[in-house]
Design a protein around this ligand. Structure first.
Ligand code: NAD
Ligand code: ZN
Ligand code: ZN
Length: 380
């Protein structure tokens, strides 16, 4: 089958690889209809991880069930399904309590709990930027979708970034009526803003410097804050009578940069501590790594980020972090899409074939104007 494989820093290829197949009784094989390029794929693309050459990429997958193993009873051949990016067993202590992103069983990597498709250090699983994908523990992991092709570009956000954005807001402790500052207007930040508004926030600020992305934030009813126009913290304080916001969401990650483009992994955490009110909450879904060989400082290479912990403590704030447990939210978010209340497809900018993936990676990586979210349709 055809698949997108990692070839080295800033290089992916579309190659013939062995077909995905049922390997364990609980596996299913999915024929991929839509698979997205994610900001998390760029960490690998930019050569900042230990991902091995030849790895099939892609953790944001949906499609039609092609084959099931003898142990699969709930999911049937022909079902249209969303595949959460987390690969989880469903029965370990973390899975049982809803933390499928920290499954204790599926990732053999030393010191890492939680597995994913096509990702560095997240287990030996191939990704779904391919014609077919093997899904372990299919009965537990797969979410059924209505048959047909309706809402394809909305449903494709259910595998990762819509639940991840929602999780960022949840981790911040947001309540109806709260004000929220979302840092990052990439796909994840825009999903966090969409979620914060769906959850009844009174005002949602979205901070970035990319005009096209800020325009999307405005389109959904959020308040854009342009980094390029001056200190984002001051801009939000000015807009809130000096009070700041009740909640903050980090949707940037370690590649946070200042307006000149210089990387400062502590910058957004500091901004959040400054802008969120005393006793307010911060949800961090932007990724920080225990090791980051591509980091700009020796400290950051070891995953040490010198952020304003003292002020965070003094303000009595709380913080939640980590990979999102997609299953905790995806059924409800699917139903909000079906009801017409959630429309996460508003971020889709490009729909490409598998063969066009190298161009999609390169242009999304450069945050070229208008390249907000790239979907790949392997069947086309
Ligand atoms: P992205 O890189 O396209 O978006 C990041 C955005 O942040 C960009 O638009 C960039 O201009 C902006 N930015 C950079 N510096 C900034 C600053 N100082 N202040 C405000 N904005 C700034 O990527 P994405 O797909 O939206 O993903 C964002 C992060 O979320 C990545 O770290 C990704 O790995 C992570 N992620 C986490 C999970 C999870 O489960 N926790 C899931 C998916 C993605
Ligand atoms: Zn993703
Ligand atoms: Zn588990």
């Amino acid at each position: 089958m055809k698949a997108v494989v990692y070839k080295g820093a800033f290089e992916v290829g579309v190659e013939d690889v062995p077909d995905a197949k049922v390997q364990e009784p609980n596996d299913a094989v999915i024929r991929i209809t839509t698979t997205n390029i994610c900001g998390s794929d760029l960490h690998m693309y930019e050569g900042r991880t230990s991902v091995e050459e030849g790895k099939v990429l892609g953790h944001e997958n949906m499609g039609i069930v092609e084959e099931v193993g003898p142990g699969v009873t709930r999911i049937k051949v022909g079902d249209r399904v969303s595949v959460p990016f987390n690969i989880a067993c469903g029965t370990c202590r973390n899975c049982e309590t809803g933390w499928s992103s920290f499954c204790l069983r599926t990732n053999p990597t030393e010191g890492m709990d939680g597995a994913a498709y096509g990702y560095a250090n997240m287990g030996p699983y191939d990704g779904g930027q391919a014609e077919f994908l093997r899904v372990p523990y299919a009965d537990f992991n797969l979410l059924k979708l209505p048959a047909g092709t309706e809402h394809e570009n909305d449903f494709t956000m259910l595998s990762d970034i819509f639940p991840t954005g929602w999780h960022g807001v949840e981790l911040s402790g947001q309540q109806p009526g709260d004000t929220v500052a979302v840092f990052g207007a990439g796909p994840v930040g825009l999903m966090a803003a969409h979620s914060a508004l769906l959850r009844g926030s009174s005002q949602v600020f979205v901070v970035d410097k990319e005009a096209d992305r800020l325009a999307l934030a405005t389109k959904i009813g959020a308040t854009p804050i342009d980094l390029g126009q001056g200190d984002p913290v001051q801009q939000i304080l000015d807009a809130t009578n000096g009070r700041g916001t009740d909640r903050g969401v980090e949707a940037v990650g370690y590649q946070a940069h200042d307006p000149s483009g210089e990387e400062h992994p502590e910058l957004v955490l500091d901004n959040l501590v400054q802008v969120v009110r005393t006793t307010g909450g911060i949800g961090v879904v932007g990724v920080y790594m225990p090791q980051d060989p591509g980091a700009s400082s020796d400290l950051a290479k070891e995953g040490r980020i010198p952020w304003q912990y003292g002020q965070f403590f003094t303000k009595g704030q709380s913080m939640g972090t980590g990979q999102a447990p997609v299953k905790r939210y995806n059924r409800q978010l699917r139903d909000l899409i079906i009801a017409g209340r959630a429309t996460p497809s508003f971020i889709v900018s490009h729909e490409l074939t598998l063969d066009q993936a190298p161009e999609g990676y390169s242009r999304f990586d450069k945050r070229e104007d208008g390249w907000t979210k790239v979907l790949l349709h392997p069947g086309k």
